[in-house]
Design a binder for this molecule. Structure first.
Ligand code: GLN
Length: 454
């Protein structure tokens, strides 16, 4: 804890922490020492963590990196952070992210972008997003591990860009209670760590049924660490041909082949599979996620919490809503709210939202058929490239920015577990990651496959 706190003080150029909590960290570290002395050894005892700003932490600023939540200090603790604290973890502070987790470069944050500790010829790169602060902090040793959330790739893509490990669990494995909502049917929290073993230990501490989240599943949490045997003999790995997208670089192709060879060497059987509806996943995602976001973000009205606009003479309640929301939400969040309300509006609901829901069902069925045919895990690239330069997306169209999520959104639409593992470096020496997608509730098997690739 002390060495992380010292490193955090010297790490301002990375802009990873948006709020440091050294007093809380030292209190929790002392409490962890006491527990160790008393002979207790909870799974995360004394482990210093960074917490994504999307998690409500009692009495500590929790803003989802948005001005609309300026000054918001929750009265309660999210289930995930409560469980981590019960397991002995220490909170070092809150971590940077894209505003309301909308983005892939951490550039929509009201605090400015987090910066990747990996550099290209001295130039600053994105750590990815939305959990960019979490990935940067883990990669730069500003914590031992961090919490992330993943709605369409926000754990796996930043992990790939920073050479770290990130797992998005099966939908319902981890409680969403107290996690500020983006798109509720897609959101899942998960660990971002340096190693697969750390991910297994931390996921065990985060997961489990929570009556406070009606979508949390009442399914036993296995010992994920014990499952890391490295034995994948006889397992069947699917390689989906639709993930070989247009314009994929030779480097990503080579990385993928390398991953295939590693799994084969470990005794797995590798088979080609087809997930035919893959090409509709991005459009379906970028209808469903904004639709849910527009509904979830309706609660920020300038009245109950966060930013409230100053009103002029003659202004009424509608001016209060409009001005507070116009001032509080950044441009990307406003775009999503507009897209979301449009696709849900009476005249367009069937053409967009309903159609996207049907596509979602087909994407889920593609995966079910692959698993029914005996596939244990699916191997794909995690991202179409290595980390890009900060600012690059500023001149790009929103659609170009959204293309970044091409390999990750299918997993959220189907509710499956997915893990990103660092597998190599590109020609410029930047980290690249592969993604493994597993059967529902089989995070243990998935992590064991990731363990072989690490
Ligand atoms: N980049 C995607 C989006 O902007 C995914 C973000 C996420 O997983 N939170 O919606």
């Amino acid at each position: 804890t002390l060495s992380c706190l010292t490193a955090m003080d010297a790490s301002d150029p990375l802009n990873a922490y948006v709020h440091k909590t050294p007093e809380i960290a030292l209190d929790q570290a002392r409490a962890a020492d006491e527990r160790l002395r008393a002979g207790e050894a909870p799974a995360m005892c004394g482990i210093p963590l960074g917490i994504k700003d999307l998690f409500c932490t009692k009495g500590v600023a929790s803003q989802a990196a948005s001005n609309i939540l300026a000054g918001f200090k929750p009265e309660y603790e999210s289930t995930v952070t409560s469980k981590l604290f019960e397991a002995g973890s220490v909170m070092l502070g809150k971590l940077n992210m894209d505003e309301f987790a909308m983005g892939s470069a951490n550039e929509s944050s009201c605090y400015g972008a987090a910066v990747n500790p990996w550099k290209l010829d001295g130039r600053s790169l994105t750590p990815g997003g939305s959990s960019g602060g979490s990935a940067a902090a883990v990669a730069a040793d500003l914590c031992l591990a961090a919490t992330g959330t993943d709605t369409g790739g926000s754990i796996r893509q930043p992990a790939a860009y920073t050479g770290t490990v990130g797992i998005k669990p099966t939908y319902g494995r981890v409680s969403r209670w107290g996690v500020i909502a983006y798109a509720s049917s897609l959101d899942q929290a998960g660990p971002m760590t340096k190693t697969v073993r750390d991910a297994a230990i931390m996921l065990g501490a985060m997961a489990g049924h929570d009556p406070k989240d009606s979508t949390s599943a009442d399914i036993a949490v296995p010992d994920f660490e014990a499952a890391l045997t490295g034995d994948i003999r006889g397992k069947k790995i699917g390689i989906p041909r639709e993930y070989r997208v247009d314009g994929m670089s030779d480097e990503i192709e080579a990385l993928w082949q390398n991953g295939i060879a590693m799994l084969r060497d470990a005794g797995a059987e590798v088979v080609d599979i087809s997930l035919p509806h893959t090409k509709y996943a991005l459009p379906a995602y970028y209808v469903i996620a904004p639709a849910e976001a527009s509904s979830n973000l309706a609660r920020y009205d300038g009245v109950r919490y966060g930013h409230r606009a100053t009103l002029g003479a003659g202004d009424g309640i509608n001016d209060l809503y409009e001005k507070s929301r116009a001032e509080g939400f950044g441009p990307e969040v406003q775009r999503r709210i507009m897209v979301g309300t449009y696709v849900l509006s009476a005249g367009f609901y069937d053409a967009y939202y309903n159609r996207a829901r049907k596509v979602r069902a087909l994407i889920k069925r593609d995966f079910e058929q692959a698993f029914a045919a005996g596939v244990d895990a699916i191997l794909t690239p995690a991202t179409p490239s290595s980390a890009f330069e900060l600012g690059k997306l500023k001149d790009a169209s929103p659609v170009e920015a959204y293309l970044n999520d091409v390999f990750t959104v299918t997993v959220n639409l189907a509710g499956l577990p997915g893990v990103s593992v660092p597998v190599g470096l590109d020609a410029s020496g930047l980290p690249l990651g592969l993604q493994l997608i597993g059967r529902p509730w089989d995070e243990a098997g998935l992590l064991n496959h990731a363990y072989v690739l690490e």
